[in-house]
Write a protein that binds this ligand. Structure first.
Ligand SMILES: NC(=O)c1ccc[n+]([C@@H]2O[C@H](COP(=O)([O-])OP(=O)(O)OC[C@H]3O[C@@H](n4cnc5c(N)ncnc54)[C@H](OP(=O)(O)O)[C@@H]3O)[C@@H](O)[C@H]2O)c1
Length: 260
């Protein structure tokens, strides 16, 4: 007997164990959907986007796929994000999936960094692919910025490029925007999710130092060239995002420190 209600979707979340993906999984389950967690270490649906292993079985009967997988390793990022997207889309097409939701980054086509070039190529593969799609571009997660500061502080120096403008968002709030899109019809368009305010990286660094009480010297450094110009001119921020988070970095940090 098919007990699926008309509003309940079968949704696969590739990268469902990651920083964003685990919140997407929790949010979609809380909304009553049948959610499958796909990743190399998933206990439920073990898949590898770099080889295609496990995808056919994981996607059978799925209505929607959210791709929240990621790799920042120079050796694996193209294989995971671009070639992996093509493999995922081919498997989705074979399984009759009706909506591919790709998670990307606000301004990835404006800021000249190797990882962002790969993200732009991933978006192009989605837009040219065989499955109806929506791309959700998010700004940097509070979690990413905090983990960068934690890593730098081990050397007791926080190197801060001058006048970089960011609009960070809590991963849980970005996940809410991704879940909204996964429940909607494909738009064949990009939508943006951004944090509540545009802030200078230096301010974020000071907020992190004060919330964590870590002793590390803040060292402003110049960032010359096109990359510096793009970051100073707000290339990673969104003027008019469709979804705007409510929790600013300082407030998120206070909560994160309390939970430790
Ligand atoms: N981090 C940010 O600040 C930020 C901001 C905006 C947008 N985004 C975008 O959001 C998405 C998710 O980023 P994230 O920071 O949440 O990533 P993350 O924490 O690094 O998680 C990556 C996920 O991908 C899975 N994965 C990695 N390689 C895989 C492979 N070969 N096959 C299958 N699964 C694989 C990982 O699980 P296993 O290791 O178990 O395979 C994990 O579940 C990315 O598209 C990223 O560009 C990130």
């Amino acid at each position: 007997m098919n007990t699926k209600s008309t509003n309940t979707l079968d949704i696969a979340v590739a990268g469902g164990t990651g920083t964003l993906g685990r919140h997407v999984v929790a949010e979609l389950r809380a909304r009553g959907h049948n959610v499958r967690v796909l990743s190399r270490s998933s206990a439920e649906y073990r898949v590898d986007l770099t080889t295609g292993e496990g995808l056919a079985a994981a996607l059978a009967g799925c209505d929607v796929v959210v791709d929240a997988a990621n790799s920042t390793s120079p050796r694996a990022m193209r294989a995971t994000l671009v070639d992996g997207t093509r493999r995922l889309l081919a498997a989705e097409r074979a399984a009759g999936v009706g909506h591919h939701v790709c998670v990307s980054i606000v301004g990835c086509d404006r800021v000249p960094m190797p990882y962002y070039k790969i993200k732009t190529a991933q978006e192009d593969a989605v837009a040219a692919g065989p499955v109806p799609w929506t791309i959700v571009r998010a700004t940097q997660f509070h979690e990413l910025i905090a983990s960068m500061f934690t890593a730098m502080a081990r050397a007791r120096v926080l190197l801060v490029p001058r006048d970089v403008r960011l609009q960070t968002i809590a991963a849980v709030e970005a996940a809410g925007a991704v879940a909204d899109v996964a429940e909607s019809a494909p738009r064949r368009a990009r939508v943006e999710a951004a944090g509540p305010q545009v802030t200078d990286l230096r301010t974020l660094t000071e907020e992190w130092r004060s919330a964590t009480a870590r002793r590390a010297v803040l060292l402003p450094v110049p960032l010359p060239g096109p990359l510096g110009r793009a970051l100073r001119s707000g290339g990673l921020t969104s003027d008019d995002p469709q979804a705007r988070g409510a929790v600013a970095f300082a407030e998120w940090l206070r909560d994160a420190e309390r939970r430790k």
